[in-house]
Each structure stands twice: as C-alpha cells, then as structure tokens.
Design a protein around this ligand. Structure first.
Ligand SMILES: CC(C)=CCC/C(C)=C/CC/C(C)=C/COP(=O)(O)OP(=O)(O)O
Length: 396
C-alpha cells in the first residue's frame, strides 16, 4: 500500500487544510516565551500526529501557566536568601509551586491527549468510507439473518463484513492520500489533518488481519469467498481503480455475496447447494451500479489527477445515463429468473427500483449524493427481493 501515491506523513497531516500554519505559529510563540521543551513533552505524552488546534491552544496555554508559576516561585526564593527559616519556607513554597506546575503540565498533557485521540478516532471514522461500510455490512448481515444463520452466525458475519469493509475503506484513503491532497480534497480526513496516513494504513492492516479468522469462522467456503471479495477490493484500491477494469472488483465483491450467504448457511455447504446463477449475476450488476454511483460525484477531480477508471472514461454525463441500467437489469433478473411465476410483490419491487433509478438520475445534477443514495435504495429493494424469493439464499 505504499505505492507511488504515498504521502509524506507531515504533508498528509497538514497540507490540504493549511493546518500546519497554526501549529508552527503556536510552536514559535510557545518556544520564545517558555522554551520548546514543554511543548515537546506534551506532544510526546499525547502521541500527537496532526493536532493543529490542540497544540496551539492547549499546548501553549499549559506552557504559559507553568512559566508564570516558575518565575513567581523563583522571585520568592531570592527574597528569602540568608534567613535559614525563611529559606526552608521558601523551599517548601517552591516545592509546592513546582508540584502545581507539574500538575498544570500533566492536566494540559492529559486534555491534549484526550482531544488528540478524539480527533484521530473522528478521522478514522471518516476515512473508512462510513456510508458504503455501513450499507454493505447491514445488507449482508440482513441476508444471513433471513437465511437462518442463527444469532452467532449473524454476529460473526456482521463482524467479518465490518472488518473487511473497514480495511478496504482505510486502505483506499491511505493509498489515495497524496492524490487527494494534490486535488485539495479537504473533505478527506487525512488531507484535513485529522489523522495521519500512517495511522490509517496501520488501521487498514489491523482490520484486514481481524477479518481473516472472522471470515473463516463463518465456514471455510463462505470465509474464503468473503476474503476473495475483500482481496478484490484491495486490488481496486492498489491498482484497478485507474483502469478500464475498475468495475471488476465491484462485480466480484458484490457477486460474492450470494455465494457467501448460500455456502455458509447451515446444512447448505457445497456440494449440497450452490448459489443461483441469476442471484450472483444480479448482485454483480448491483456492484457495477455502486461503482458508478460512488465515482460519479468525483469524475472531474479524478480525471484532473489522472485516474482513468471505467466511470471516468465514460465521463459524467454518460455515467449518469448508464447508472440506472445495471440497477434495472438486476431487478429484472430477480423478477423473471427465479422459478415459478412472478407475483405482484416482485413486480412492485421492480417498480420501486425503477423509481429509485429515475430519482437518482433526475436529482444527480442538484444533489451530488443522489445517485449513490438511489443505488443504495435500489440495492435495498433487490436485497429484499432476494431474501423473499424462496430458495434464493440457500440455493434451492
Ligand atoms: C463485498 C465487498 C468486499 C465489496 C467491495 C467492493 C469494492 C471494490 C469496494 C471499494 C470501496 C471503496 C473504498 C471505494 C472508494 O472508491 P474511490 O477511491 O473511487 O472513492 P473516493 O475517492 O470517494 O474514496
């Protein structure tokens, strides 16, 4: 993950939002009045990586407070020179004041530390791509719950999918950090200085490591299927995102979902069951739609920074027009392909998907997030369709 797109840690922490400037000003002010030692001490206690506000406010205030106390104590100590009793009292006063100074410093360090951790957690929460992470985790968990995995299997699935999605989201922001900074994307938490690229990278690997046993505990075939999907998503981040095949990891990742659900359902491991082909194809089509919807708002920026995936090659206007097609194709497949006649509920679901697609198309110009929200809505309906079709999630 440390490819050409890597961002130097300091640059990542401050460049985009201009956050480094107040940090340097605060450092200079604190250094000239109190020496840099105390600021450095506070930083090292707090483990601060990119906390502009915290350093300038809390760090500097703590240093000034300490300095005032120190000079007061020094003045009193000088006045008492020559009188042993007074010298003893002055020494005690000095000790008390030194203790107070230490107290002030440690309080400042403590609150700086808490604030730094809060900033880092907020940065990680934003860097994981919370919308897609929550959507995919919820959809897959709902499917396995309906498929009858039971409470333990459902919780394990939720954790496996959550860690997989966290790893993918964090990997993506860490890999893209330099490009995002270059494009001035201050909405990105690394560029905004909330969290460093290094921390996001470490979090991505930690989540990936946790994802392996969690996935395998869902069953070997299901677990390996999920890990292949996660690997495809990492391949997107590291390589395929800028190629015409950028849709492949999405198709593979989403297409893997019915395979995961079917093969992990108790009593349905292969060779007992295999997923219905049309369920896999419908899910893969939904993945292509999710890719288009996710990239649509950023196409111009992506093109300017040299990212030439499938949606960027289509261009914004064509990508907007193409987006409803895989959504509609997926739902049409789910209406007509399952065995038995399609009842009114399935046709109603198809109409719902068509309405979502139309809304996404019409609102895309005014609301950047509309196509993605519409794709999630349509995917939600398709998931309900999948779950409600007898034999789908267990392969029949
Ligand atoms: C079931 C499963 C494992 C599915 C995963 C499918 C997949 C390929 C997911 C990638 C998600 C992701 C972090 C996209 C960011 O893309 P971007 O870099 O184009 O968007 P951004 O610029 O907004 O970060």
């Amino acid at each position: 993950m440390t490819g050409s797109g890597e961002l130097p840690e300091d640059a990542a922490a401050g460049s985009g939002a201009g956050a480094a400037v107040p940090v340097q000003d605060a450092r200079r002010a604190a250094s000239s009045s109190a020496g840099t030692e105390s600021v450095a001490g506070i930083e090292s206690v707090a483990g601060i990586e990119s906390v502009a506000g915290i350093e300038s406010v809390e760090g500097a205030e703590g240093v000034e407070g300490m300095e005032g106390i120190r000079s007061e104590a020094a003045a009193e100590g000088q006045g008492a020179a020559g009188d042993p009793k007074a010298t003893g009292t002055a020494a005690m006063t000095r000790d008390a004041r030194t203790n107070r100074a230490a107290g002030v410093a440690s309080t400042a360090a403590g609150s700086a530390g808490v604030a730094a951790v809060a900033r880092m957690v907020a940065g990680l929460a934003r860097a994981c791509h919370p919308g897609p992470t929550a959507a995919v985790t919820t959809l897959v968990t709902a499917l396995v719950a309906v498929a009858g995995w039971g409470p333990a299997g459902t919780v394990l699935t939720a954790l496996a999918v959550l860690t997989g999605q966290l790893s993918v989201g964090w990997c993506n922001d860490a890999v893209d950090a330099a490009r995002d900074a270059g494009a001035g994307r201050t909405s990105k938490p690394i560029v905004a200085g909330l969290v460093s690229a290094r921390t996001v990278r470490v979090a991505a690997f930690a989540a990936l490591v946790a994802c392996v046993p969690l996935s395998l505990s869902c069953g070997v075939v299901a677990g390996v299927t999920h890990l292949v999907a996660v690997a495809a998503a990492w391949a997107y981040n590291l390589w395929l995102k800028g190629t015409a095949a950028s849709w492949v990891p999405y198709a593979a990742g989403f297409g893997a979902v019915p395979v995961f659900v079917t093969t992990g359902t108790p009593g349905h491991a292969p060779p007992v069951s295999s997923p219905a082909w049309w369920a896999v194809l419908a899910a893969a089509l939904l993945g292509c739609a999710a890719h288009l919807a996710n990239v649509l708002p950023d196409i111009e920026t992506d093109v300017a920074t040299g990212v030439r995936g499938w949606p960027q090659r289509l261009g914004p206007a064509r990508a907007r027009r193409v987006l409803p097609l895989p959504l509609l194709a997926a739902s049409a497949l789910l209406v007509v392909a399952p065995p038995g006649p399609a009842g009114p509920a399935r046709w109603l679901a198809f109409a719902g998907v068509a309405a979502c697609a139309a809304a996404g198309l019409l609102l895309a110009r005014r609301v950047a997030a509309a196509p993605f929200a519409a794709a999630i809505g349509a995917a939600g309906i398709d998931v309900l369709l999948l779950a409600a079709t007898p034999g789908v999630v267990s392969g029949g």
